[in-house]
Each structure stands twice: as structure tokens, then as C-alpha cells.
Design a protein around this ligand. Structure first.
Ligand SMILES: NC(=O)C1=CN([C@@H]2O[C@H](COP(=O)(O)OP(=O)(O)OC[C@H]3O[C@@H](n4cnc5c(N)ncnc54)[C@H](OP(=O)(O)O)[C@@H]3O)[C@@H](O)[C@H]2O)C=CC1
Ligand SMILES: CCCCCCCCCCCCCCCC(=O)[C@@H](N)CO
Length: 326
């Protein structure tokens, strides 16, 4: 037994190399992030994924600011979030604003929340967003603009409001809520996918700028998630092709997606996925994206070729679905 191991002398450099790589990965990984006592601001915090993120954050001892337009929905969400506090110091602020508003207006509003909480925003989670779904010719150019304005600019503006303070504090976390449709373009999502892909490019470039300031970004890629927004999307006439293709990666609860997002931040995952298909998709789409731990990148490099092959079969199946419905 020992002889045969010794005979395979080529194993030693391999094991040594792997050990050094593992040790290096371990030593360079960012430490686990704790939400306790942090100020977490969440756009789209009055509904769906954003609201579930707020609950998950408050359950970890954070202060929370909920940002959305409708005041009544915000107040209801505030009550719901307050039900989950774990200590008497925790505060929940609400900000009624449009994330597409002028930078100064958004900044002023966030500052008011910071005064109420008594602390600058430590974590910004950009969840405000919506979808337009339909055949390309049926989507007027104005709706392409709407998608970019809300899903993309609606994340750029709040982010620009918080980075100065994060740089000063030399710490911060920012999450962008993309979508699996921001990793693979599928039938019906021409406008939506473009806006969600945009977040990826934006985030990669910004991460390089903010890394020296100890600010880490995360991009979440949820599958279909059972939220009021999703119900609305289904109700207004989603193409059959879109529904069938999306079913490939399942339907998840907003609580599950939120838990993945919060754990992803805690564990320093640059891209955050939900479900097995979502995980595989994220490994496959990692490409040139940054990592917060070498380990994550090494795993992507190993899994991506496999995912690429699987996707080829998915594409054949998706093409058939589109052909059958044409
Ligand atoms: N549900 C799904 O299947 C998936 C969703 N996503 C993405 O996750 C995010 C959240 O989705 P979901 O939970 O379904 O959304 P919901 O529609 O359930 O909630 C959207 C939230 O965003 C707020 N909002 C919308 N527009 C604005 C605006 N202009 N300014 C400020 N707040 C705004 C809404 O409040 P109000 O209307 O009062 O402003 C609400 O709080 C979106 O970016 C979506 O694209 C990604 C993958 C799957
Ligand atoms: C290698 C691994 C194989 C994985 C298969 C890929 C399956 C593609 C499914 C795409 C689903 C898109 C859901 C978008 C949800 C969304 O953002 C909207 N509901 C928003 O309202």
C-alpha cells in the first residue's frame, strides 16, 4: 500500500501545490461578516425579497432602513420587521422615496434615516426592481428605458449615496439584486435581462475601485421567487415560453432567497445563488468576475466546464420549447 503511494511520486508536488493553494485561499479570505449592530438599508424593503432580507437582518441584530415609495406598505413592513427584533436597541427606519430620483433627494432621505438610526449605512441591499416580460416587438423602447432606469439606475443612485461614508469608515457591503435572467438571456426577457446584466458590469468595475477601501460587493442571482412582484408578472400575461423555461430552476420563497443573500454576505461570496441549478449557473457564468476568497474562484474554475456542457443541452431543450410554441 505504502509502496504504491510512494511509487506515484508525481502525487507529492500535486498534493503540496493543492495544500499551498488551500492555505493561501484560507489566509486571504475575508473574515466572516457580522450583522449585529450594523445599519442595513434595503431598497424595495417593503415587499418580497427586500422585506425578507430586512427580517433576516433584524434577526441577526442589525438596525434596518426600509426604502420604497408607498408609505402605507412601508409602515406595514416596518411593523412586520419590528416583530423580529432580538434586542431593545434595534431600530427600524422607513424612507419613502423613488430610487430613480435625483441624487441629492435620495441622499437627503438616506441621511434622515441615518440620523434616526444614529449610524451611517454599513450595508446597502439594492432590491428595488421590477420586470417587463413579452416578445421583443411588443415591448416599446420606452419600456426598455424604464427597465434600465429602475433596475440599473435605481441601484446606481442609492449606491452613490452611501459609498463616501463607507470609504470614510473603511468598511461596507453593497448587494445588487440581479436575477438568473442576468446570467442567461431567455425568451421574453430582452428588456429585463439587459438591465440585470448591466448590474454585473457595473458591480465588477466598482468592486475594483472599492476593494482598496475594504468595501465588498455582492451580486445576487435569484431564480423565480414567489413575491408580489412575481405574482404580478405572472398575472399580466407572461409568454408561455418564458414560464416553461424559467421552471427549469424552480420557484423559491422570498425567505429562502433572502437567507441565501444574508449568508452570502456573511461568508464573503461575490456572487450569490439559490438552488442547485442557480449554483451551477453561477459557477458557469463566473468568467472574469472578482472573488472575495480564492476558494470560490477555484471551485468555479473546476465546475464551469461541466456547467458549460449541461447548458448546451438546456439550450437545445429551450430551442425546442420556443419552436413548439411558435
Ligand atoms: N420575484 C422574482 O421572481 C425575482 C425577482 N428578482 C429581483 O429582485 C428584486 C425584488 O423583487 P421582488 O421581491 O419580486 O419585488 P416586489 O415587486 O415584491 O417588491 C418590489 C419592491 O421595490 C419597491 N420599488 C419599486 N419601484 C421602486 C422605486 N422606483 N423606488 C423605490 N422603491 C421601489 C416596491 O415598493 P413601492 O412600489 O412602494 O415603491 C417594493 O418594495 C427586483 O430587483 C427583481 O427584479 C430577481 C429574480 C427573481
Ligand atoms: C448549468 C446549470 C443549468 C441551469 C439551467 C438554467 C435555467 C435558466 C432559467 C432562467 C430562469 C430565469 C428566472 C428569472 C426570474 C426573474 O428574474 C423574474 N421572475 C423577475 O420577476
Amino acid at each position: 500500500m505504502l509502496d504504491s503511494i510512494l511509487e506515484s511520486y508525481w502525487l507529492f508536488p500535486l498534493v503540496l501545490f493543492a495544500s499551498v493553494l488551500l492555505l493561501y485561499s484560507y489566509l486571504t479570505a475575508i473574515p466572516k461578516y457580522s450583522f449585529a449592530g450594523k445599519h442595513v438599508a434595503i431598497t424595495g424593503g417593503s415587499s418580497g425579497i427586500g422585506l425578507s432580507v430586512a427580517v433576516a437582518a433584524i434577526q441577526r441584530g442589525a438596525h434596518v432602513t426600509l426604502i420604497a415609495r408607498n408609505r402605507d406598505k412601508l409602515e406595514m413592513a416596518r411593523e412586520q420587521v419590528l416583530d423580529h427584533t432580538i434586542n431593545d436597541e434595534q431600530r427600524v427606519a422607513v424612507c419613502s422615496l423613488n430610487v430613480k430620483d435625483d441624487l441629492q433627494i435620495v441622499r437627503g432621505s438616506i441621511q434622515e434615516a441615518e440620523d434616526y438610526i444614529g449610524k451611517c449605512v454599513d450595508v446597502l441591499v439594492n432590491c428595488a426592481g421590477t420586470s417587463v416580460c413579452g416578445c421583443f416587438e411588443d415591448i416599446p423602447p420606452s419600456q426598455f428605458e424604464d427597465m434600465m432606469n429602475l433596475n440599473f439606475m435605481g441601484s446606481v443612485i442609492p449606491t452613490q449615496c452611501v459609498v463616501a461614508n463607507m470609504k470614510r469608515q473603511k468598511s461596507g457591503r453593497i448587494v445588487f439584486c440581479s436575477s438568473q435572467a442576468g446570467q442567461i438571456g431567455i425568451f421574453g426577457y430582452t428588456a429585463y435581462s439587459a438591465s440585470k446584466y448591466a448590474l454585473r458590469g457595473f458591480s465588477e468595475a466598482l468592486q475594483m475601485e472599492l476593494r482598496p477601501h475594504n468595501i465588498y460587493l455582492h451580486v445576487a442571482y435569484p431564480p423565480d421567487t414567489d413575491t408580489p412582484g412575481y405574482k404580478e408578472e405572472m398575472a399580466v400575461g407572461k409568454p408561455k415560453e418564458t414560464i416553461t423555461i424559467s421552471e427549469t430552476s424552480g420557484l423559491f420563497s422570498p425567505d429562502r432567497v433572502a437567507e441565501d443573500i444574508i449568508c452570502g454576505v456573511e461568508n464573503g461570496k461575490y456572487s450569490i445563488s439559490t438552488g442547485v441549478e442557480g449554483w451551477l449557473l453561477s459557477q458557469t457564468c463566473a468568467g472574469t468576475e472578482p472573488v472575495h476568497a480564492m476558494m470560490h474562484g477555484l471551485l468555479q474554475a473546476l465546475i464551469a466546464p461541466l456547467g458549460r456542457i449541461i447548458i448546451l443541452f438546456n439550450h437545445r431543450q429551450f430551442a425546442k420549447i420556443c419552436k413548439d410554441n411558435a
